[in-house]
Design a protein around this ligand. Structure first.
Ligand code: 4NP
Length: 154
């Protein structure tokens, strides 16, 4: 079982979108039994809240199932529970490291660093553009899954 934790600042937009999209993605690849997928925040800003309505809307438009969700913050103990801690932007990586202290097993990555065009996922909290965030996530999740599959086949 490969355990993946997607991480953003509030856990109401980017990381739960990544969680629901990646669940859908691995299902379409017939790999759902190989993965355990969750998401969380680096802050307590949105603790207990559900997905942002803009995130719900774009996921609905793409027929992506949305599991019950409550925003919650990353805990230090999550480091041992997951194989990958995937941040959406550089500041997430900085905040993840403040919580977990160190990454001796190299589990922490920025999502689009798996792609050919490394950059931050666009933050829809500021842009209001959930379409762009969805497209960025598609690109990153695709590259991430390709990387995992090539590691499995090594
Ligand atoms: P997310 O978006 O990190 O993608 O869930 C945000 C949610 C809340 C805030 C910022 C970004 N906030 O400042 O409360």
């Amino acid at each position: 079982m490969i355990k993946v934790l997607f991480v953003c600042l509030g856990n109401i937009c980017r990381s739960p979108m990544a969680e629901m999209m990646f669940k859908d993605f691995v299902k379409k690849h017939g790999m759902q039994n190989k993965f355990h997928i969750e998401s969380c925040a680096t802050s307590y800003e949105e603790e207990g809240n559900g997905l942002h309505y803009g995130a719900i809307d774009i996921l609905n438009r793409h027929n992506i199932h949305i599991d019950p969700h409550k925003a919650h913050r990353l805990q230090k103990s999550d480091y041992d529970k997951f194989d990958y801690l995937i941040g959406m932007e550089e500041s997430n990586i900085y905040n993840i490291m403040r919580i977990i202290d160190e990454d001796p097993k190299h589990k922490v990555y920025r999502l689009l660093d798996f792609s050919n065009n490394p950059r931050d996922i666009t933050d829809p909290w500021y842009t209001g553009n959930f379409v762009k965030t969805y497209d960025d996530l598609q690109e990153g999740l695709n590259a991430f899954l390709t990387s995992i599959i090539s590691k499995i086949n090594d």
